[in-house]
Structure formats: C-alpha cells, structure tokens
Design a protein around this ligand. Structure first.
Ligand code: SDX
Length: 444
C-alpha cells in the first residue's frame, strides 16, 4: 500500500503487512492492515473490523489502543523517553523557555528569534481577561477548590469570544490557541487571589510568562513586588515538563469533546475536569498530602506495606504510570529542580523532601515495585517545589492545568485539522438485561 501522509508535517503511514485473525468458533478469518508510523509500536488497523466481522474489540482503559494519529509527542515508556516534535524533554528543559515549547507544540518547529519575539508579543497582549469574567469568581465560595473555579471559568470563556467561532478557519483556531495560552495564567492567579481574599492583580506586559504568573499570584496593590528570577526560571521549567504528554486521560477528553466540534474553550474546561482526578493531574496534590500523612521517615515502611496490600485502597501517589515502565524523565528533572529551588530559598532541610527521597529509595528496592515497574512520575516531586514557592496544595493541579493547556489546545488543533477526523463514538460489551416486557404497575 502506498504510504499515506494525511497531515502536513506528519510522517507517512505505511502498511507493512497484515495481521490475520481467526474466529475458532466459525473458522472465519479476517485480514487487518498492519500500519507503521515514524517510530514506536506498529498498529493493527481495526477501522473496518466491525463492518467485516460484526465484532468489536474490547479495551477498557485503552491499554492497547491508539486513538489517533499524532505528530506532537512521542513516549517510549520502556526506555523512559519523552519527545516533543522529536526534541527530548531534557533538551527542551535545558535550552528553551516555556513559550518556545508552546510555539513548537502548536507549529511543529522551534521559533527563530523573530518568530519568538512575535509570539511572545502576541501572547503578552492576550493575557488580560474580559472584565465581566471577573464576576464569575464571586459566584464561588472563597473556600471553593481552585480546580472547581478553573473548570467553571474556563468553560465561561466560550461565552466571550464570538469573533473566532469558525473552527474550520485556521486563523480562528490560532487566535483561540493564543488566547487560551495567554489567559490561563491570569485565570489561575485569580483563582488563588480569590481563595485568599486578596484583590486580583492585572497582568503586566513588561514581565515574562512565568514571571507574570508569579507576580499576579503573589504581588499586592500596596507595595512593589519583585519576582525572584531563579524561581521564575524554575517555574518556567516546571511548565515545560507539564506541557504535553501524548494521549493521556485529559488530552483524550479534550479530543473527544472537540470531535463533536464543541467550542474549544469548553473542550479545555473538559480537560481541566479530567486532569483534576488524583489518578491523573490531581496526584501532585495527593503526593504532598501523602508525604504529610507519612510525617516521618520511620513510618515509610508502614505506608509501603499498605501500598502493596490488595485489600487496602491506598496507593503510593506520584508512583506508577500507564506508559512509563521506567523512570519518568520529567521526575528526574523535577528532583534536580527541588534542590535548586530549596537552595535558592535557603531551605536547608525540608522534611517532606527527606521523606520523599527515602520513600523513593525504599520503593525502588522493593520487589513489588520492581516487578510491577512502578517508578516516580512527574507528580512525585513537583508538590515539594510548589509548596516551597508559596503555593497552597490546592493550587498544585491548577498549575498542572495551566502548563497543560498548550498541549490540550495543540492536540485539539491537530484533531480538527485531521482530514480523517470524525466524532468519537466508542461501543461496548453489553452485559445488561436482554429484551423483556414491562409488567404494569398494578402487577409489579
Ligand atoms: C499523570 O497518562 C499520562 O501521561 C499522565 C501524566 C501526564 O503527564 O498527563 O503522566 C500525568 O497522571 C501521572 C500519574 C499520576 N498518578 C499517580 O501518581 C497516582 C498513583 N498511580 C496510580 O494510581 C497508577 O500507577 C496510574 C493511575 C498512574 C496508572 O495506572 P494503570 O496504568 O491503570 O495501572 P494499574 O492501576 O492497572 O496498576 C498496575 C498494577 C496494579 O497491581 P495488580 O492489580 O497488577 O496487582 O500496579 C499497581 C496496581 O495495584 N500499582 C500501584 C501503584 N500504581 C499501580 N500500587 C501501589 N501504588 C501505586 N502508585
């Protein structure tokens, strides 16, 4: 079969052969195309399986399912490799800033100096939110979880931008992407300010992306506030580490919502909702609570024992991953950042870091974790850094959502631009009641 390139910038998809499936109950066989992309596992094309066989495939949790063709992020879970548009995450974290990575995820290539300057200016001039959006915050109680606020306010954005609703128009798609990348830090900082009863701080056009977010979060109107440049740089790196991660639960949610051509702001709100779960982005908040519950290194064995006990729902938060069966490359960088930030802040001995390091060592030497290939993931160390920077635990997942918005909107854009795009509509293995008649109420 001739290689097919369905989207610009994508490697062609080649059929390298077929896979034959035999139904032993009927002797029928089905030949399914075996496809190969740029790299990674080959995929069995089952798009015609139901039409030809009357059978569905069954894969709850999508452990063996490729839901789409994508050129944005590649993960090799066995080797602990993470690439964005072919660039290793370590290189991007070392040599780029977050807005360069945003440009890369959106456009497929790193910007040159002029493109970077233009992109920074575009994002800077979209950081303000509509003054009416501010009133959405006052509908929440002050003690509302900031993620609940973000779900609501992100969805509300769809009510404000009627000038770019034609998503078949690439210009509309790009301005929407820019608006979301630019406004999400402003909205996140506002969620924090609202929770502590302080006035909102407007974004400043003279500050960098991460610097502006720290300013809007921690500055107050009555005195000058200088953002610590080391913390701004560290936060910028943390945003890079969280920017995108293939077809994870929240990205898949955004793609599924977007497949019905729903408003992209509403799609991002659906991504924020999915990310909130402690099995996903909510794990960074859960890790810190777990470390605080462990409280001291001598209690680590008790919790490791609980994590291994099938009858105990407790899991080691920040450990394990559906794809990484090796060390999450982001966790390694995060651990180095821990030392950098704690050092900059003069925090000599952070007990939570001490517990985390000892917990990691014990777990990585325990046969349960070794056999199940459970390693620290991106969420294991991030909370320690964010706590040291002054963020309350409830804001940790908000920062994850802030950073991941560019990944969500890049994946949404790729899906909308895919000529093969269609509404996502999975089927099921039905185990409910078979047809039966209603018994009239008088006889029930
Ligand atoms: C993120 O997908 C992504 O890319 C996500 C993410 C991104 O950037 O978008 O990387 C961000 O969500 C990171 C993961 C954050 N979540 C946590 O840290 C929560 C703790 N970890 C888990 O609950 C779990 O590891 C998951 C949810 C991350 C992955 O779950 P899977 O792939 O469905 O694996 P599983 O639940 O089937 O576990 C396999 C086995 C089970 O034991 P058995 O039934 O085989 O005997 O490993 C065990 C599990 O009990 N196990 C754990 C464990 N994680 C898995 N046991 C103890 N502690 C853990 N953390």
């Amino acid at each position: 079969m001739e290689p097919k390139t369905t989207m610009p910038g994508h490697a062609p998809v080649r059929q390298v052969g077929t896979v034959t499936v035999t139904d032993d109950t009927t002797g029928r066989t089905f030949k399914l195309p075996l496809l190969e992309g740029a790299t990674g596992p080959r995929t069995i094309d089952i798009r015609k399986l139901y039409a030809e066989s009357g059978y569905f495939t069954f894969d709850p949790g999508f452990t063996s399912t490729a839901s789409c063709e994508s050129a944005i992020t590649y993960i090799d879970g066995d080797e602990g490799v993470l690439l964005h548009r072919g660039y290793p995450i370590q290189d991007l974290a070392e040599h780029c800033d977050y807005l360069e990575v945003c440009y890369l995820l959106l456009n497929g290539e790193l910007p040159d100096a002029q493109q970077k300057a233009d992109f920074e200016r575009t994002i800077t001039y979209h950081t303000m939110v509509h003054e009416q959006l501010i009133r959405f915050y006052s509908g929440f109680r002050r003690d509302a979880h900031p993620m609940a606020v973000m779900c609501g306010v992100a969805g509300a954005l769809s009510a404000f931008y009627h000038d770019s609703t034609d998503f078949t128009n690439p210009v509309h798609r790009m301005i929407t992407s820019h608006r979301l990348i630019a406004k999400i830090p402003t909205m996140a900082a506002m969620a924090y300010k609202y929770s502590v009863g302080q006035p909102f701080m407007y974004p400043r056009n003279d500050l960098g992306y991460a610097e502006n977010f720290l300013y809007m979060t921690f500055a107050t109107p009555f005195e000058p506030y200088k953002v610590n440049p080391t913390l701004a740089k560290a936060l910028d790196k943390i945003l890079i580490l969280h920017a995108d991660h293939e077809q994870n639960a929240s990205t898949s949610t955004v793609r599924l919502a977007g497949s019905s051509h729903a408003n992209p702001f509403a799609c991002i709100a659906s991504g924020i909702t999915a990310l909130w779960g402690p099995a996903h982005g909510g794990a960074n908040e859960a890790v810190l609570k777990m470390l605080e519950e462990i409280g001291s290194a001598d209690r680590i064995p008790e919790f490791v024992k609980r994590a291994k006990d099938k009858n105990d729902p407790f899991r080691l938060m920040g450990f394990g991953h559906r794809v990484y069966k090796n060390y999450d490359p982001r966790a390694k960088i995060m651990r180095e950042l821990c030392y950098e930030v704690l050092g900059e802040l003069g925090i000599k001995d952070e007990p939570l870091l001490d517990i985390a390091m000892k917990l990691e060592k014990i777990a990585l030497e325990d046969e349960y974790f070794v056999e199940k290939k459970l390693y620290p993931n991106v969420d294991f160390y991030s909370g320690i850094i964010l706590k040291a920077m002054g963020f309350p635990t409830s804001m940790f997942t908000v920062l994850f959502a802030l950073a991941r918005t560019v990944g969500w909107i890049s994946q949404w854009k790729e899906m909308i631009e895919d000529p093969q795009q269609k509404i996502g509509r999975p089927r099921q293995l039905y185990t409910g009641a078979t047809p039966r008649s209603v018994v009239p109420l008088a006889q029930r």
